[in-house]
Design a protein around this ligand. Structure first.
Ligand code: DGL
Length: 247
């Protein structure tokens, strides 16, 4: 199976890591819109327009499936992308919500969703969880974590202060949905903040489980061939990929 992975920038590499580790794929084509990241502070129409332009990029390749690793894209652009695409386009929100069920989180246990401003405003996670009967949901935008991860800040004072700022009124949840590509990179710090108690929902792991259920995937011996493209500074992105994918 050859898949495309689309993200607004480098963050989607956190999903690529899980896809590589799953060993289900022959080829992964990654495209990060590094020239226009972040998407999480943009409005719906802009996010859809950028996402449809990314779809044009993937027309250059023969892929079976496109995964939008970006939660913000998954929240707004999936329908439009699927209408214009020759292959299925799958987002990470549905699989993330299904992962909450898989971890046997009870309907009244507290669930905290953290994501970009746009993802939180879309209400996609909140609505999907409520439809499943979850009734103790808190959703907050934690956009400052995005540039911090881009800067390589995965722990330490600045991150601690930012967590205190965002979470000052939040009590420890049973499940913490990392609703943004960048947040798995600070998952240790997030987990520590909440005394290592919440179950963390990670888009990469969730999408692999989702694909396992919906597709007949066969494991391969070798790692997939990974090709990385970007709308700007592709060498920079490839350098980040080397670091992130090997850690
Ligand atoms: N990839 C985005 C997401 O998962 C985070 C970065 C951005 O704002 O573009 O929502």
């Amino acid at each position: 199976m050859r898949i495309g992975v689309f993200d607004s920038g480098a963050g989607g590499l956190s999903v690529v890591k899980s896809l590589i580790e799953s060993k289900y794929f022959d080829k992964i084509i990654y495209y990060g819109d590094t020239a226009r990241v972040p998407y999480g502070i943009k409005d719906k129409n802009t996010i859809i327009r950028y996402s449809l332009e990314a779809l044009e990029f993937f027309n250059n390749f023969d892929i079976d499936l496109l995964i939008t690793a970006c939660n913000t894209v998954s929240a707004y652009a999936l329908d439009d992308m699927n209408q214009q695409s020759k292959y299925p386009v799958i987002g990470v929100i549905k699989s993330g919500v299904m992962a909450v069920e898989k971890h046997n989180i009870k309907k009244d246990e507290p669930i905290l969703i953290i994501a970009t401003r746009a993802t939180i405003a879309s209400n996609q996670y909140q609505t999907a969880l409520r439809e499943l009967g979850y009734n103790n949901i808190t959703a907050i935008q934690t956009g400052l974590f995005v540039p911090m991860v881009e800067e390589g800040i995965f722990d330490g004072e600045v991150l601690d202060a930012t967590m205190r700022y965002y979470f000052k009124d939040i009590s420890t949840p049973s499940a913490l949905i990392l609703g943004c590509t960048h947040f798995p990179l600070i998952s240790n710090s997030l987990s520590n903040y909440f005394n290592n108690s919440p179950t963390l929902i990670h888009s990469g792991e969730a999408i692999v489980n989702y694909l396992e259920e919906g597709y007949s995937l066969k494991q391969r011996k070798d790692k997939p061939e990974l090709k990385i493209f970007a709308s700007e500074n592709v060498l920079g992105l490839r350098k980040i990929a080397k670091i992130w994918l090997s850690s």
